[in-house]
Design a protein. Structure first.
Length: 298
């Protein structure tokens, strides 16, 4: 298994069983030498041989065995399908899948030893989709909620509403509201196309009182509006929420928290109250971890 995974990571082409091909490069030769030494230490036989193509036709056939066009095409097909989902599916969900496609693209590019138009076309498709998803996540129409001094007093005992499905930004914003803004709040979860009732405070969707702007998530908007930007733990948590929402994976903790959140979604089985209850504990623990001097969350 180790041998197979190493050969796969190097991007070798299989000529026949047990015979693998790579273009000659010093770093690749070193990798094969190390792998050959491992095989021999385990009692096997391995040789690294440098070959010269007999003619241009043979050279073309050998290069063709290392062609990555089909892998690029598979990425393009997936990304194109994701792009068609914009407007029908939550952009945050698309962003998370698109991040994985970007990672797949980078892996293929790393072992594309003879790049051609397929690489550039796949990269352009991914970049175009990323731009479209970012525009959907952070719309120009989303207004920035300006910070107000003393605003918190006007938001006690209110009904707050957001839309399903719930993910990092909506769950994090709900946690923030219940813990720091309106501890007596009542939350309502609407489906995607439900009408918003009158007299409520919306958050996390287009047209809500608090929503994504061109640069900020709803969580960040709430932090700014209620002047909580001096709390370093909340600022770090805002960066984590943004990372989870956009699928950027720039924050060290995001991969682990994403798995925890995905598990909470499955266990909740469509019950938003149960999902929030589970994630509130997670956000509490993360907040305490981020505090310079841990204290009980009020």
């Amino acid at each position: 298994m180790r041998i197979a995974r190493t050969l796969e990571s190097l991007g070798t082409a299989t000529l026949v069983q047990g015979v693998y091909l790579l273009p000659w490069r010093h770093d690749l030769e070193e990798g094969l030498d190390e792998l050959g030494g491992y095989v021999r230490s385990a009692g096997g036989d391995a040789e690294v041989v440098i070959l010269t193509s007999r003619d241009m036709l043979q050279e073309a056939r050998l290069r063709a065995s290392l062609d990555r066009t089909m892998r690029y095409a598979a990425i393009e097909q997936t990304v194109s399908a994701l792009s068609r989902g914009l407007g029908l599916t939550e952009p945050a969900a698309i962003a998370r899948v698109l991040t994985r496609q970007r990672e797949d693209l980078l892996r293929v590019m790393a072992i594309d030893y003879f790049p051609g138009p397929a690489r550039d076309q796949a990269r352009a498709t991914v970049e175009s989709a990323e731009a479209a998803v970012k525009a959907a996540l952070f719309p120009e129409a989303g207004r920035a909620t300006l910070p107000e001094r003393g605003a918190r007093s006007e938001f006690f005992h209110r009904i707050w509403v957001t839309r399903q499905p719930l993910w990092a930004d909506r769950l994090g914003s709900a946690w923030l509201i219940r813990r720091f803004i309106d501890v007596e709040s009542h939350l309502i979860w609407l489906d995607r196309d439900d009408l918003v009732p009158g007299g409520v405070l919306g958050f996390g969707f287009a047209g809500a009182v608090f929503q994504n702007s061109t640069e900020r998530t709803t969580f960040e908007q709430l932090l700014d509006y209620f002047r909580m930007g001096r709390d370093g733990a909340l600022i770090r948590l805002a960066a984590l929420v943004r990372d989870l929402e956009t699928g950027s994976r720039d924050v060290a903790e995001s991969a682990a928290i994403e798995q925890v959140m995905a598990g909470a979604v499955r266990r909740a089985e469509g019950d938003p109250g149960a999902l929030l209850a589970a994630m509130e504990q997670v956000f509490d623990q993360i907040y305490e971890t981020f505090l310079d001097h841990p204290r009980k969350v009020r």
